[in-house]
Design a protein around this ligand. Structure first.
Ligand SMILES: Nc1nc2c(ncn2[C@@H]2O[C@H](COP(=O)(O)OP(=O)(O)OP(=O)(O)O)[C@@H](O)[C@H]2O)c(=O)[nH]1
Length: 363
């Protein structure tokens, strides 16, 4: 039996099995097995797969956004509108055969937007593996959906990404997990767990042939989340749901879509809401723009540096020049992060968007 058949067998058994106390362990083990086979499926094959289909896309710019959607939802049209790369849009399916990178420039940041070929059911095999590998490196997933079609397309894509270890809009479970050389399994939790217990944890770990480990659960996680922790190769990525073709739906339908969390309703063809979309992409990438200035001069508000949220003065120094940290004495900061303007700070000071920084070097 091939891996794909084994996977579908287990999936069938899970859906057949009733969910109750008595079947809890059985289900937990099935899920662990399923996750194991899926990982095997995604591991690179010896032949290395087909190369040169536009897939070895270098990560360029400040952030990377993966555009995912079924054929003909308007991905190529969007890419043409937002970026300088041109991709051929057609009134037929499957125009996007290779992965086309485009660049959006917004607030001084270069955002790489990748038009990934439609992930279809079962894409975890063959070519889809490359698509997934690229999607896993993204800082944000932009899931493009056709507003005129049913919500099922979203469920299918979510399930597809879920199956390949991409977790959308959730945080990494708060669990300390460490495999040890000896001492058996030490299980502890800091709160009451409603989905998981010690016996289940033992069973799952044994199934993965882990007999010595330290587990400290700090959150009421599910069995699936625990399996994610054990496998350790999950990607937690923010996802924006972008509903296109709103020119073809009613106001009531639009109202409904626009109220869903993380959703943006647009029309590529009629240029509706595209600026808002770019703005939301920027916001959800958690990027900051800061400006540097020299003593006695005005800051350069046209330039600026792009860094991630949570960056410190040290990160900014690295972005300016490698040797700046060695020469650093202190910095003066103006803006939101400063208690007073300017505030004298050290390397560990956390900066905020639109801050102005002046580095004072050692004599
Ligand atoms: N009504 C309407 N049609 C649109 C809109 N955006 C795109 N389309 C149409 O949808 C069709 C598909 O657009 P594409 O951009 O080729 O879609 P795609 O997702 O890139 O498709 P593949 O390359 O096959 O994956 C084209 O006929 C577009 O004219 C829109 O906002 N409203």
């Amino acid at each position: 039996m091939g891996i794909t058949e084994k996977i579908s067998e287990i999936e069938k058994e899970i859906s057949r099995t009733q969910k109750n106390k008595a079947t809890e362990y059985h289900l937990g083990l099935l899920k662990a097995k399923l996750a194991k086979y899926r990982v095997q499926l995604l591991e690179p094959t010896k032949s290395g797969g087909a190369k040169g289909d536009g897939f070895d896309v270098m990560k360029s710019g400040d952030a990377r956004v993966a555009l995912i959607g079924f054929p003909s939802v308007g991905k190529s049209t969007l890419l043409n509108k937002l970026t300088k790369t041109h991709s051929e849009a057609g009134a037929y399916e499957f125009t996007t055969l290779t992965c086309i990178p485009g660049k959006i420039e917004h607030n001084g940041a270069n955002i790489q937007l990748l038009d990934l070929p439609g992930i279809i059911e079962g894409a975890a095999q063959g070519r889809g593996r490359q698509v997934i590998a690229v999607a896993r490196t993204a800082d944000l997933v932009l899931m493009m959906l056709d507003a005129t079609k049913s919500g099922q397309q979203r469920t299918l894509l979510e399930r597809e990404l879920e199956a390949v270890g991409i977790r959308l809009n959730t945080d990494k479970p708060n669990v300390y997990f460490k495999v040890k050389k000896g001492g058996g399994i030490a299980f502890n939790s800091t709160m009451k767990l409603t989905h998981l217990n010690e016996k289940m944890v033992y069973h799952i770990l044994h199934d993965y042939k882990i007999f010595n480990a330290e587990v400290l659960v700090r959150q009421d996680i599910t069995v699936d989340e625990f399996i994610d922790v054990v496998l350790g190769n999950r990607k937690y990525i923010k996802c924006l749901y972008c509903y296109n073709k709103i020119d073809s739906i009613s106001i009531e339908e639009l109202d409904h879509l626009a109220r869903e969390p993380n959703s943006i309703a647009i029309s590529c063809e009629m240029d509706l809401n595209l600026d808002y979309l770019v703005d939301q992409i920027w916001r959800n990438l958690n990027l900051l723009r800061v400006y540097t200035k020299k003593r006695g001069e005005y800051p350069d508000f046209d330039g600026g540096l792009i860094v991630r949220k949570g960056s410190t003065v040290e990160h900014v120094c690295h972005a300016v020049h490698r040797s700046l940290v060695d020469e650093f004495r202190y910095a003066l900061v103006w803006g939101i992060s400063a208690k007073h303007n300017p505030q004298r700070v050290g390397l560990s000071h956390i900066i905020e968007n639109e801050d102005v920084i002046q580095v004072v070097k050692k004599k």
